[in-house]
Design a protein. Structure first.
Length: 314
């Protein structure tokens, strides 16, 4: 706003002052078109080894906010659909089903079965992986078997077994040079854990290498905006960090806290894609994609035209 006021004042000033204002406006517009900055994603996870509540977690700071009770005693796999719906699985239920969970804070149970159809798997104490691909396909990993799941009915189809490898979590993103399917899996009960690419047709796993730091059990998902993988450990306290899917380099872990106190026992992770990158604002806070930014550019063009006309008449 200060910049626009300066322009209007300059219109009543001699031409040199007017051109100084125009130049200043051009500098501000150029500065505001700087390198885009992407916000860190938000994750949802259940403290299945503690209070069975669902939490909303800022993955850049580790700050967790209580959403409410999940309504289930052992939620493990979690995933966020491209439409923004949260899904989960409790593998220890008598007849495991696909669950849909609300992310609106409540004191009532947040998760409920998608329908009457069961997943067709036996109750299990094994870790569970659940992940959406960007195209909306949903995959489940449990008992060393990969399933394709209908997110509307909850029915599961066996896609194959990766052998004896236990999977702690799965993450879906766009295809990468190292993983054509875009479906990644993180091994369980191993330290360090290994990262795998999942063949969505056969269920076969291709090893991509070790990931450190790691956990014997962890929540795992991907930020579909940036392509980064994210992990939350279930120790006490839990930690969160990102993983580059190509290099397997990890970010510095952040401790998960609630109201300033470290907490742990998280299992399963669903990442809400971070907002698309936005242009960083310049010190004068001139919005380049808003009305005032467009007006500033239009005024600058008009000034150039007036100056050219004045010169032509001399």
């Amino acid at each position: 706003m200060r910049i626009l006021n300066g322009f209007f004042s300059a219109l009543r000033a001699p031409w040199p002052a007017l051109w100084r204002a125009a130049a200043l406006g051009l500098v501000c517009v150029s500065a505001s078109l700087s390198t885009p900055v992407a916000a860190a994603p938000i994750g949802y996870s259940v403290r299945s080894d503690a209070d069975d509540n669902l939490y909303r977690i800022d993955l850049s700071t580790g700050v967790a906010t209580l959403v409410g009770p999940s309504g289930f005693s052992k939620i493990e796999g979690m995933a966020m659909s491209p439409a923004g719906s949260l899904y989960a699985v409790d593998p220890q239920a008598s007849s495991p089903q696909l669950l849909r969970c609300s992310t609106v804070p409540s004191s009532s149970a947040l998760c409920a079965p998608v329908g009457a159809t069961t997943l067709g798997i036996a109750p299990s104490t094994s870790p569970v992986g659940l992940a959406f691909l960007p195209n909306g396909e949903l995959y489940l990993a449990v008992n060393a078997t990969i399933y394709f799941v209908n997110p509307t009915t909850g029915a599961a189809v066996n896609r194959g077994s990766p052998g004896s490898i236990a999977i702690a979590g799965m993450a879906g993103t766009a295809p990468t040079p190292s993983c054509a399917s875009g479906l990644f899996a993180l091994s369980a009960n191993a330290n360090p854990a290994s990262l795998y690419c999942v063949n969505t047709t056969t269920g076969a796993l291709t090893s991509l290498g070790a990931v450190t730091p790691s956990s014997l059990d962890a929540g795992f998902d991907a930020d579909r905006t940036t392509g980064l993988l994210w992990e939350i450990t279930n120790g006490n306290p839990s930690q969160a960090f990102s993983i580059d899917p190509e290099t397997r380099a990890t970010s510095a872990p952040v401790v998960v806290t609630r109201e300033g106190a470290p907490i742990g026992g998280f299992e399963g992770l669903a990442v809400e894609p971070s907002p698309a990158a936005v242009a960083a604002l310049d010190p004068f806070s001139v919005p380049t994609h808003g009305a005032s930014g467009a007006a500033l550019l239009g005024l600058l063009i008009a000034l150039l035209g007036l100056r050219s006309t004045r010169n032509a008449r001399r």
